[in-house]
Write a protein that binds this ligand. Structure first.
Ligand SMILES: NC(=O)C1=CN([C@@H]2O[C@H](COP(=O)(O)OP(=O)(O)OC[C@H]3O[C@@H](n4cnc5c(N)ncnc54)[C@H](OP(=O)(O)O)[C@@H]3O)[C@@H](O)[C@H]2O)[C@@H](O)CC1
Ligand SMILES: Nc1ncnc2c1ncn2[C@@H]1O[C@H](COP(=O)(O)OP(=O)(O)O)[C@@H](O)[C@H]1O
Ligand SMILES: [K+]
Length: 509
């Protein structure tokens, strides 16, 4: 599903209005009416009848007047409050404000602190609040009386429907600009905005509904570079009858150390359960027997080691195994030391096959990342690993996911899976994909190792790096969502995610 930033939204609106000739007031009418219909649905479901609409100075406020007019016509008890003076409103918003004034709908200004008590009383008496204060036109942070209004609404514990975007939420980053409305539902216009899809925006938006307001889809397809990954985007091909394991790829996983054999297990098992034809697992010699005893479907190799950790001497064995494989994953549980660092660096330098780099393979390349440039590589860092790779703080990464991901791939021309509560995938071509599956139960040790195995399996089955990353992340989250139905979020382990991979994949057929 295409996602548009506020700037791109303005561009498509401009083309729709100026080039195509769709009157802007029609778009506002559609936006307001679609929101009014959502509010009506809530009122009918709960047998309620009283709504207040808080409108700001711009077109978001204009949508609010249309909501008021429609609800009033349907017999709802409606009151409108402006966060600005009536005289400050212009354009389409003014046309719609005049209409509700002419209809005799209650309109009051809340522009001074002493007005707040009227609003407080109205909020108490209302059932639903419509937030039409700011939409995609918000600039900077919210201060002054609007901040008081937003805090009053948030404390009221009412059903809140936000028009386009919760006021105060940055439509592009999902950051809170000073304060923001905590909506129960957001009716967003025509295209979903990125800020509604990542944290903390997700927590403020509530349920998101995309409303058709009459802007042609093709306009967005021409400029959009951000996508929400939904089940429609990750349909799996049916396996052909006349095939054998050789058709589904040979993956080599280089993982594990004496204290982290589990990481190697989870990764290899994740790959085999995602349909990889043959999985080979290279671990330090002393870890081989314990791994082999637990993984019947996987061929294991015990390589040169020092104290239970792969040593640099393993390089020639690894390169030979790589020659005999289609795709490679390196990293889970390797641990971090000088030998590992040089081993990983030399492997990556010599490789020309698709590779997934995770965990300690990422740590190994800190400070000399140039070696990945332009290779068929997928990196899967969480924010901590990304921080080590880029030198940025984890908060800086979390608050600017898209920008950080885009800057990284512009520089290194690889595929990036930036893991988090909302995982973001950035592709070589500069597109960003936001995942829609997964839950906090997956915040558990080993969960990322399973993901690496899954992405590797899709690569082995011939998916491009971009598609392998998108499918891997989506079905990993889906397996976690199915696991939640059985074990809940507290008790979920990486093994629970593994066990539900088959059911997750069945959803894609
Ligand atoms: N265009 C279209 O065709 C359609 C648009 N639609 C709707 O319009 C919305 C966009 O409307 P918009 O561009 O008027 O911006 P909006 O979000 O109402 O806010 C801007 C106003 O707020 C003010 N302001 C901003 N930041 C501030 C701050 N920190 N603190 C204080 N004030 C601040 C700013 O004032 P200024 O600083 O410019 O004086 C300006 O007046 C969009 O989200 C959708 O709902 C739909 O109807 C479909 C058709
Ligand atoms: N709150 C959450 N919601 C959804 N997914 C999550 C959440 N927390 C973690 N995850 C997912 O779990 C995985 C954790 O990976 P990682 O941190 O590498 O774990 P490990 O190194 O222990 O294997 C990632 O795929 C991440 O997206
Ligand atoms: K709003």
């Amino acid at each position: 599903m295409i996602v548009l930033t506020s700037k791109q939204m303005r561009e498509v609106e401009k083309i729709a209005i100026e080039k195509i000739g769709i009157p802007s007031i029609c778009l506002m009418e559609n936006a307001g009416r679609e929101t009014a219909l959502e509010v009506k649905k809530i009122l009918e479901e709960k047998n309620l009848n009283s709504v207040i609409i808080i409108s700001g100075k711009g077109n978001n406020g204009g949508d609010g007047y249309v909501v008021a007019r429609n609800l009033y016509n349907w017999g709802v008890d409606v009151k409108v409050f402006l966060t600005t003076s009536i005289g400050a409103i212009s354009g389409d918003a003014k046309v719609n404000l005049d209409a509700i004034l002419n209809m005799g709908i209650y309109v009051a200004e809340i522009t001074q602190r002493e007005h707040l008590k009227f609003l407080e009383k109205a909020i108490k008496e209302s059932n639903v609040i419509v937030d039409a204060i700011y939409g995609i036109g918000l600039k900077g942070r919210i201060t002054g009386i609007v901040k008081d209004i937003i805090e009053m609404i948030n404390q009221a514990n009412k059903i809140v429907v936000s028009v386009d975007i919760p006021s105060g939420l940055n439509a592009d980053t999902g950051k809170i600009e000073g304060c923001a409305i905590k909506a129960s539902k957001t009716v967003t216009m025509q295209f979903v905005k990125p800020g509604l899809l990542v944290y903390p925006g997700v927590d403020y938006a509530g349920e998101v509904r995309v409303a058709e307001i009459g802007i042609p889809y093709r306009l967005a397809a021409e400029i959009g570079k951000i996508y929400l990954v939904t089940s429609e985007d990750v349909k799996l091909p049916k396996r052909l009858g006349d095939t054998h394991k050789g058709n589904y790829g040979k993956a080599l996983i280089i993982a594990g150390s004496k204290n982290m054999t589990g990481a190697a297990y989870l990764c290899a098992k994740g790959a085999i359960k995602t349909g990889c034809g043959l999985v080979k697992l290279a671990v330090p010699q002393s870890a081989q027997s314990v791994i082999q005893g637990a993984l019947y479907e996987v061929i294991t190799y015990g390589l040169e080691e020092k104290n239970g950790i792969l040593s640099y001497n393993a390089l020639s064995s690894v390169l030979k195994l790589i020659d005999e494989s289609d795709v490679i994953a390196i990293g889970p549980g390797l641990t971090h030391d000088k030998d590992i660092s040089q081993l990983v660096y030399d492997i990556v330098k010599n490789i020309d096959k698709p590779v997934v780099l995770d965990a300690d393979a990422l740590n190994a390349l800190v400070g000399r990342l140039e070696v990945i440039q332009g290779k068929r590589i997928i990196l899967t860092p969480h924010y901590g690993e990304m921080s080590r790779l880029t030198g940025l703080g984890t908060d800086e990464i979390k608050n600017n996911l898209f920008e950080v991901a885009k800057t990284f791939i512009d520089r290194y021309k690889v595929t990036l899976v930036l893991k988090g509560a909302k995982t973001v995938i950035a592709t070589k071509e500069g597109s960003i994909y936001i995942n829609s599956t997964g839950n906090p139960g997956m915040a558990t040790a080993g969960s990322g190792d399973v993901l690496t195995g899954m992405i590797t399996a899709f690569l082995a089955q011939g998916f491009s790096e971009e598609k392998a990353a998108i499918h891997g992340v989506f079905y990993h989250g889906k397996a976690g969502d199915i696991a939640r139905e059985y074990v809940g979020e507290y008790g979920m382990t990486a093994m629970d995610i593994l066990e539900n991979i088959p059911d997750a994949l069945k959803c894609g057929l």
